[in-house]
Design a protein around this ligand. Structure first.
Ligand code: CUA
Length: 367
């Protein structure tokens, strides 16, 4: 009776274990999660996968061998019912101890060769006219991109566009805490450290949208610090650049700077001018995301909400409840508590969505 209960309990524990493992592993599967380093879309990501795959299989062989031998020995030499003997007592075995020290040492030495080679290879700075230069500034909690090449020269946020088959050299900076820039399908992670600019090269070998996110805990909304990279053919990319370079009409700039900001103080953190002729620090304010063509982006608020009228209205009405910030961060205020009505929030949202978009008709709400 007792035996049966024990067996039942053991069976149940095993079943739950297998089910839990399956559910957890299911989270890693699928090619549509857009953050899959097993699904590389560029040279850097391919090099990392090429390193990972053989090491993974070496680890599988070693892991299965060790666990298999442990189970075999435990079963083969277990004490059987009624058996009284004690095992022979030994202390140390020189041959065994020397060999299980030397074998892992050799395995690690062999693995170190391609690892170090890949690290140096990925750290190389690309040179030439082909290279696209973008300064990435990590903020709490969004990403700011400054396109610094003479042919570009503008500022945007969260959504980065790049041309396919051209190396993109990112310079990573932070003015607050440590973040980590990570787009798994394009490259590995690189920490974004205050006072210590790092560089990272990304490149896409096909057009597409690649999602990424901050990979270093950086405060309450760390998980809400996402980003997207849109890789485009050279022609599409050139068109996007021209759109970004096109300033908003003067009356729109005035409406934002005078009317909207006059009432709510938006320009303390945001700007609807994105040209960087005088250097990134002199354009608008970079406290919050640059809003020049915010209506062209697919998402907002650190790429967490879709660029649609409803979520944008809720955001402007009461941002702190849409994205936790805590008390340590100077953050978009709760305008509903400052007397803003939902109607007013909706009007500002409509301005940002429809009046900053290159093609307002792409938003059904703007028709
Ligand atoms: Cu930024 Cu985590």
């Amino acid at each position: 009776m007792r035996d049966r209960m024990q067996r039942l309990r053991r069976g149940a524990v095993t079943g739950v274990g297998i089910a839990a493992t399956t559910i957890v592993l299911a989270g890693c599967s699928g090619n549509d999660n857009k953050q899959n380093s097993l699904h590389p879309a560029g040279p850097a990501a391919h090099k990392i996968l090429n390193l990972f795959s053989p090491f993974f299989w070496v680890a599988v062989v070693i892991g299965v061998g060790v666990v298999g031998m442990t189970i075999f020995v435990a079963l083969r030499f277990r004490v059987r019912p009624g058996e009284e003997r004690s095992p022979v007592q030994t202390h140390g075995n020189t041959v065994l101890e020397v060999s299980w020290t030397i074998i892992p040492f050799l395995i690690l030495m062999v693995m170190a060769v391609p690892t170090v080679a890949t690290i140096f290879n990925l750290a190389k700075t690309p040179k030439g006219n082909d290279v696209v230069h973008i300064e990435v500034a990590a903020r709490q909690w969004f990403w700011q991109y400054t396109y610094t090449d003479p042919s570009t020269g503008f500022l945007t946020a969260n959504e980065m566009h790049i041309p396919v088959d051209r190396p993109v050299l990112l310079t990573l900076t932070s003015n607050n805490v440590i973040h980590s820039f990570w787009v798994p399908e394009l490259a590995g992670k690189k920490d974004v450290v205050p006072g210590h600019p790092n560089t990272l090269t990304i490149e896409a070998d096909r057009p597409g949208t690649f999602l990424g996110q901050c990979a270093e805990y950086c405060g309450l909304s760390h998980a809400n610090m996402r980003l997207r990279v849109v890789a485009q053919t050279q022609a599409d990319y050139d068109q996007w650049v021209r759109q970004q370079q096109t300033p908003l009409p003067a009356d729109k700039v005035q409406e934002f700077d005078k009317t909207i900001s006059g009432e709510w103080g938006c320009t303390a953190c945001h700007s609807v001018t994105n040209r960087v002729a005088k250097g990134p620090d002199q354009v608008g304010a970079s406290v919050g995301p640059n809003l020049t063509h915010v209506g062209d982006r697919a998402a907002f608020a650190g790429d967490i909400y879709p660029m649609q009228l409803d979520p944008l209205t809720k955001w402007i009405y009461d941002a702190p409840h849409q994205k936790p910030a805590g008390k340590l961060v100077n953050w978009m205020p709760n305008f509903s508590s400052k007397g803003m009505s939902e109607k007013q929030a909706g009007d500002i949202a409509r301005f940002l969505l429809c009046d900053t978009a290159t093609n307002p008709a792409s938003h059904p709400e703007c028709k």
